[in-house]
Ligand binder design. Sequence first.
Ligand SMILES: NC(=O)c1ccc[n+]([C@@H]2O[C@H](COP(=O)([O-])OP(=O)(O)OC[C@H]3O[C@@H](n4cnc5c(N)ncnc54)[C@H](OP(=O)(O)O)[C@@H]3O)[C@@H](O)[C@H]2O)c1
Length: 262
Amino acid sequence: MRTAVVTGASSGIGEATARRLGRDGWRVLLVARREDRLAALARELPDARVVAADLTDDDAPARIAAAVDEQLDGRLDLLVNNAGSSKRARFGDEDGGYATVRRIMEVNFDAVVRLVEELLPVLRRSAPSSIVNVSSVAGRVAYPRGGAYSASKFALAGWTEALQQEEAPHGVHVGLVLPGFVATEGFPQDDLTASARTRWMVSRPEKVADAIVRAGPGGSPEVVVPRAYRMVPVLRALVPGLVRRATGQLGRGEVGETARRP
Ligand SMILES: NC(=O)c1ccc[n+]([C@@H]2O[C@H](COP(=O)([O-])OP(=O)(O)OC[C@H]3O[C@@H](n4cnc5c(N)ncnc54)[C@H](OP(=O)(O)O)[C@@H]3O)[C@@H](O)[C@H]2O)c1
């Protein structure tokens, strides 16, 4: 039996990943704050356990490690660091200052680093095993009002690339997934799906779940999903002025206003 921890499993990409792993025969430990949502999902999966935790709490990593010991028999084949949140605001606006940057960094970056630190010993003991960190295309290209989010996702991508090389000798594969726009409960992307001009830009959580499996047990070092978004960092390097104009439009809301958080 293969075992996995999936953070942010109460909705969106994390829920889709837990369902995919459940179908594939994994025992899954579901982590998020909304316990009722996790319990309902666990009842639908063949073999799932639940830990309700705010990942920014001091004791969250130790509680999850204890659950791995008790509920997954001390074995961990896959850790999916998917939980994350965003706040769209300009730096200097009332709700966009350092406090916001710090909060988003705590959830999207610090919490991942703390959980990986806690679970690395069991991942190494369980090798060959894997970690998948869910960054974003916004972890390669930034746009106005997405500064805090991009900072956290750039940080996560950079840290993941180093960890990948450090952990290879220990048999722990580290994969990075960079989704573009995905319609989820938290981020329905209604403005983009409303128009035929922009609908193509929006993907489904199930596609990201497949990408997570490719980046983890499948062994890919990095997966951009949907594939078309692979051009974004390439264009950023080749024609930065063009990309700045496009991201500037996104930031000003000229392509649609709400739920934009790749
Ligand atoms: N949707 C997109 O367009 C998109 C694009 C690129 C990358 N991503 C990334 O994909 C990941 C999943 O996002 P999603 O689109 O599926 O959004 P979502 O539906 O809002 O899901 C976010 C998940 O994270 C959990 N979470 C948030 N803060 C937490 C905390 N402090 N402690 C524990 N769990 C926490 C939430 O659960 P609770 O509220 O129950 O705690 C929820 O399960 C995120 O890292 C996001 O940055 C999303």
